[in-house]
Ligand binder design. Sequence first.
Ligand SMILES: Cc1ncc(COP(=O)(O)O)c(C=O)c1O
Length: 361
Amino acid sequence: MPIQIPVTRTTNPKPIPADVGRSFGDYFTDHMFLMDYDSAKGWHDHRIVPFDAVTLHPSASAIQYGQAIFDGHKAYRCDDGAIRLFRPHAHLDRLNGSAARLCMPAVDKDDVLEGLLRLVDLDRDWVPHQQGTALYVRETMIGTEGFMAVRPAARYTFMIFLSPVGSYYSEGSAPVSILASETHVRAARGGIGSAKAAANYSASLMASEQAKAAGHTQVLWLDSVERRFLEEVGTMNVMLRIGNEIVTPPLSDSILPGVTRDTALTLLREWGETVSERPIAIDEVMAGIRSGEIEEVWGLGTAAVVSPIGQLTYRGETLTVGGGKTGSVTSRLYAEITKLHRRPDNDPHGWSVLVDGSGAA
Ligand SMILES: Cc1ncc(COP(=O)(O)O)c(C=O)c1O
């Protein structure tokens, strides 16, 4: 049975700022989608309401024990003027994977997608127009029950809110400088690194702030056991071209299964590239950059899509990758993925979902 999603429109719509799409996440649209969960009723009270603060019990499990997960993807204004979401099903699958890992309830993906489509439709004027911009969609689930013992909560709130965004890095799509962390790890083996849990991001803050203070854009994360194998870069998955082989670390419980990573792997295999998902040691990377065998290293994620890495620092040695320029595979991936975002006539995988304007009340 289709769910009811009552819509309460804002009586006080915000003016859409002129620089919308030139910042990342500084603005939020006028409405949000909410639903609540308790063990007796399951998910209930689906609704779209004016964007506002949420009130929490001081002892809510989200606050005390970090029962907080999220996911993030984008809606694009396409070349035909229509608005489309890119791979929302993959993101909702990952959201449910994150929920399972933190003992939180799964959402009904069809219901959430329905709420999301209506929300984006209602706030469609906030989807920026310029190339390289999008409306970022943030799904969030938090444990709301207040109690003191350490256990999973019995009550949750799920929300979706929207933020018009431009480039994630101030460098835009220019190559960035990365510091391989010798002292900190993002996620431990056996931990929650493959879930998009809020706690993983607090775990990353100190190393990331230290890297920025030392003049780098982000951190290259190494594995938690040997501190040797590449895991991720900042909040992105990482890929390299070593000679004619394209390599990315295999998924594990300490790596987030990126949707952009999956998109890139699909395209690269279709293009006939040799692609390996295998462990890569930092020593192999440094040696390969020194010898010139590694000419391209890049990050992959929803926010920046494809982000070339121009410099890598490890144990005090800084190497320039591929002359500090964006390599050919990096450029091709960026061009092809951004084309998939905006070109409805070019969607062989059926990855885009139309926001068709029939939903908003
Ligand atoms: C830690 C981390 N790794 C990788 C990614 C890339 O994932 P996706 O391509 O699904 O955005 C993200 C962003 O969501 C992330 O936060």
